[in-house]
Design a protein around this ligand. Structure first.
Ligand code: NDP
Length: 311
């Protein structure tokens, strides 16, 4: 880790004085040189950032505005938020919703934003609380914790699947109504269809867990596929699609259209109580990131880590 001169920042029409960033699974990959995400070095990781506009020639932002940035490959092929300043396109930013601090915005971060997109996608597909239980996999992780909190706050009955039983009380406090141990999902059942329990699922695990869940979805239900913490390969059967008419909805937060981002952030702000964001979040300093970046890939981080970039 080293200091870079300010004039080495890339071209962008908005420069943001970053106060907080966060740690996501993808940051763990970048911090460990994995996933072929970074093409040139030196590199500044950090896919999320929040702070105050220092300079802007973009029509939507002026000096002093508070903003949030996630996605658009910032922190991967572009320099990101583990720095005191970022220089980006204003097209990638949203204004900080009223009532949200930069710190809490980074508590939500890409994880909360992606859980928000997943729920919007499921609700556009017809999901309502009356349809029945919603499963969240990888529940004690960042996306999972945010999905549990968001669903519960919107009145859904949420079943949280986790491989870490020590976090059961934490997940119940976020609003889960039941805990399902991961080892009941991560092996094939040997059957293409099981009892159709779930109205929907928000899945950040992928792999064997996603394959198993597809056979447990109610007729007409849907699964929002977010992640691959448990594996990128999906070995499954078309039977649940043919006999139950279920849907697999792909979720991409990175290139989610800017014009719809504001609505997602507003919904998160209006729905998840501040106390819940705080309960999910812990704070880290910059010099802890290399160690924490390994821990998140090993599935050892509970909830979300907010990074104070000035610490
Ligand atoms: P976290 O590490 O915080 O959460 C992942 C969780 O998955 C872990 O906490 C753990 O939950 C579970 N898990 C970890 N390893 C395994 C394993 N080997 N088998 C089964 N379950 C496992 O990561 P994030 O929440 O930041 O990201 C989750 C996933 O979502 C990642 O793959 C990430 O790349 C992806 N993602 C995708 C986005 C998109 O736009 N599509 C945006 C953001 C994230 P538990 O201990 O509770 O079982």
């Amino acid at each position: 880790m080293r200091e870079l001169p300010i004039d080495s920042l890339p071209e962008g029409d908005v420069t943001v004085a970053v106060s907080h960033s966060s740690l996501n699974y993808k940051d763990g990959l970048v911090l460990n040189g994995l996933g072929d995400l970074v093409k040139t070095y030196p590199h500044v990781p950090g896919i999320d950032y929040a702070g105050t506009v220092l300079h802007s020639t973009h029509a939507d932002f002026a000096k002093g505005d508070q903003v949030i940035g996630t996605g658009f490959r910032v922190g991967e092929i572009r320099w990101g938020g583990y720095a005191q300043q970022v220089s980006v396109s204003g097209d990638w930013l949203v204004g900080l919703p009223a009532g949200l601090t930069p710190q809490r915005a980074m508590g939500l971060g890409s994880a909360g934003f992606t859980a928000g997109i997943a729920l919007r996608s499921l609700e556009a597909h017809g999901l309502t609380p009356q349809r029945g239980e919603v499963l969240v996999t990888g529940a004690a992780g960042g996306v999972g914790s945010m999905a549990v909190a968001l669903l519960a706050a919107r009145g859904y009955a949420v079943v949280a699947s986790t491989g870490r039983s020590q976090h059961a009380d934490y997940l119940m406090d976020l609003g889960a109504s039941a805990i399902l141990p991961r080892d009941q999902l991560d092996k094939p059942s040997g059957k293409p269809l099981e009892s159709g329990r779930w109205a929907a699922c928000i899945d950040s695990v992928g792999g064997a867990v996603l394959a198993r869940v597809l056979g447990q979805v109610q007729p007409g239900g849907a699964v929002a596929a977010i992640g691959l913490a448990g594996g990128a390969t999906l070995e499954t059967s078309v039977i649940p699609f043919l006999l139950r008419g279920i849907s697999l909805l792909g979720i991409d937060s990175v290139f989610y259209p800017n014009r719809e981002r504001r609505a997602v952030w507003q919904q998160l702000t209006d729905t998840i109580p501040h106390a819940t964001i705080d309960a999910i979040t812990s704070e880290a300093a910059m010099d802890e990131l290399l160690q924490l970046g390994g821990e998140i890939l090993r599935g050892n981080i509970r909830g979300r880590i907010v990074v104070d970039v000035n610490r």
